[in-house]
Structure formats: C-alpha cells, structure tokens
Design a protein around this ligand. Structure first.
Ligand SMILES: [Zn+2]
Length: 273
C-alpha cells in the first residue's frame, strides 16, 4: 500500500475518533432531553467544565487513566470504546472503498453518516432500551435527501433508482416489524425497532434490507442463547433488538454482495452477477 493511502487511512481513523467523541455527547444528552449543542461538556460527577486537553479522543482517556482530572472519579469506559469503535468503523469503510474521485468520497461520507447513526442507536438502545424518534425521523429524511442529491449528481434526476430503492427499502424495513409489533401487542418487537427499520431500509435499499433482517435474527440468537443458557436473561426478558439490527446493517453494508452471491448460488441459480 502506498504512503498516500496509509496517511489518509490514519487521518480517517483520527477523524472517526473525533466524530465518536461527538457521538458520546449525543448518546449522553439525547435520552436526557438535553440539547446536543448546548454548552460545553462537563464531568457528569463533579460538573467541572472540560477543557480542550480533556477532550482529545482516546488520548485524554488514556493519559488520565480513565479518571476525571478534577474529581478523580472513574469515567465510564464507554467514552473510550465509542471513540475507538467509530474510528475503526470509519477506517474500515475507507479501506473497503478506497475512494479515488469526488463521487466516491461523497459515497464514503454517506457511509460514515449511516455508521454514525448506527452507533448512536446501538448505544442508546443498549443502555436505555430506547430508539428515539428524534434520532430516527430526521436522520432518515436527511439520508433520503443525501441519496436524492447523489442521484441528481450521477443521473441528473432527483428521483433516480437510488432514491426509489431507498424509499422502497424504508417501507420494506418498517412494515414487517410494525406488523409484528401490532400483532404481538408489543411483546415480540418494539415500535422503536420498526422505526429503526425505516432508517436501515433507507440506508441499505431493497432487497438488501431483508438480508439485514435475517442476519439480525442470527446475531440476536447468537447473543441471546448464551445469556439464556447461563441464566443471565429469562425468555420473557427484554433484549435491545436495535443493537442486533445495527450490527446486521454493518455486515450487510460491508459484505452484502458476498452474502447475496452465496445465497444466490445456494438457491441453485448459478453464478450471481
Ligand atoms: Zn469530575
């Protein structure tokens, strides 16, 4: 790999950790009804305002040994983990795309946007069992506008195949989970999961959204089974299904084509093209 890609990849990782730092603020403030842009960050324990040197992604956490520099109280490793994972997600998608022109950089940017929303939904669902309307609805609309703009740039048409696939994907992502929620009176599926289906449907398009659905059940089973067997969860216990959906979506974003090919050949349709 040449030097240009190596340096860009490192910059992308650093950029990702900075975005991760912002996402940490979002997952803290959004469920608490605080404004994301309101005021500077402060320590949740002593309330001391954080300075620039306390806000360097990854580095500040390591230098302060995971404690607040002002009150010495341990800071949740979540801050470090979210920064690191966001950096890694950005870095990996850069390596998978290796954009060489303007259009591919824009597509990568859209990929980063989707990944950032997935991180936010994942963490909030994991911690609060919540999927927030104020995250899903604006982000789905923003994504559709994004797709429309890219479609206009490539095909000179706002209603390109790209937008139509996203739009159908969003509906296809919403309806089955909504029906499951409705039929089970909220027992099998939360309404939040159906709303999340809107966003990932718009992100993956049709028919990739159903691949994400299938995978999310596999991921869910792989996580839930050990928890059930070791008695850490009961069968009636709540599971943050949105986290499984988020993981499945990343798998489809990165390896969807490979899965489709496998499935196609398994069905006996010959070589997928
Ligand atoms: Zn403190």
């Amino acid at each position: 790999m040449d030097l240009y890609f190596l340096l860009t990849a490192i910059l992308v990782f650093v950029f990702g950790t900075a975005i991760g730092s912002f996402l940490n603020v979002a997952v803290w403030r959004l469920p608490r009804k605080e404004q994301i842009t309101h005021g500077r960050s402060h320590c949740p324990n002593c309330g001391h305002e954080l300075r620039s040197k306390d806000l360097i992604p990854l580095v500040s956490y390591v230098l302060a040994k995971g404690k607040c520099t002002y009150c010495q109280k341990p800071i949740s490793p979540q801050y470090f983990i979210v920064e690191f994972i966001t950096g890694t997600l950005f870095f990996t998608s850069y390596l998978l795309y290796l954009p060489q022109d303007f259009l591919h950089w824009i597509l990568l940017l859209q990929g980063w946007f989707v990944l950032s929303v997935l991180v936010v939904v994942f963490v909030i669902d994991l911690k609060h069992y919540l999927i927030l309307d104020k995250v899903i609805f604006p982000m789905t609309i923003l994504l559709l506008i994004f797709q429309a703009t890219i479609g206009w740039y490539i095909y000179n048409a706002v209603l390109s195949d790209l937008v139509i696939s996203s739009f159908i994907g969003a509906i296809a992502g919403f309806v089955p989970f909504y029906l499951l929620w409705k039929l089970s009176g909220g027992k099998w599926m939360g309404l939040g999961d159906a709303k999340f289906g809107l966003f990932i449907g718009a992100a993956l398009g049709w028919p990739a959204i159903y691949l994400a659905y299938m995978l999310s059940f596999f991921v869910g089973t792989a996580v839930a089974l050990p928890l059930l067997l070791t008695g850490k969860k009961e069968l009636s216990g709540k599971l943050p299904f949105g986290t499984f959906l988020a993981i499945a979506t990343i798998i489809v974003l990165w390896a969807g084509d490979w899965f489709m090919r496998l499935y196609w050949e398994w069905l006996g349709f010959g070589v997928y093209s």
